[in-house]
Design a protein around this ligand. Structure first.
Ligand code: DUR
Ligand code: ZN
Length: 134
């Protein structure tokens, strides 16, 4: 799958975003090493903090489906600049994405900013940091 196709998938699922509170729709598309795609949109809740971002919906769908090796992700929103994933999503991404994995952040105007996982969340807290705990 090309970067353009992945971005197109993110744009399509963005239409399914459930956003009665913010009206801010986000779409994310994730491709696994084996070539499967998992798309996500943000899903809000009347209890605002319960909201789940598009990126995490896509990742959690893949994990629940038994997939845990990832290749590339695209994220899109109607923003002036390519939409920056939030801190919670960056942390979840860093749990599953290799340091050199590419994340294409984009907007409806077609601006694209591609970052590696390492660039998106440097010096991230990881499983290996827990090793001294008894
Ligand atoms: O990268 C982002 C940034 C925000 N949101 C969602 C969360 C909430 O539903 C709305 C406004 O923050 O956008 C995402 O899904 N991904
Ligand atoms: Zn997020």
């Amino acid at each position: 799958m090309t970067k353009t196709n992945l971005i197109e998938r993110a744009k399509n699922i963005r239409e399914h975003a459930y956003t009665p509170y913010s009206k801010f729709k986000v779409g994310a598309a994730l491709i696994t090493k084996s070539g499967k795609t998992y798309d996500g949109c943000n899903i809000e809740n009347a209890a605002y903090p319960v909201t789940c971002c598009a990126e995490r919906v896509a990742i959690f769908k893949a994990i629940a489906d038994g997939e845990n090796e990832f290749q590339e992700m695209a994220v899109v929103a109607d923003t002036d600049r390519p939409v920056p994933p939030c801190g919670s999503c960056r942390q979840v991404m860093s749990e599953f994405f290799p340091n050199d994995m590419k994340i294409h952040t984009t907007n409806l105007k077609g601006d694209v900013k591609t970052l590696t996982m390492e660039e998106l969340l440097p010096f991230s807290f990881a499983q290996s940091d827990l090793s001294n705990e008894k």
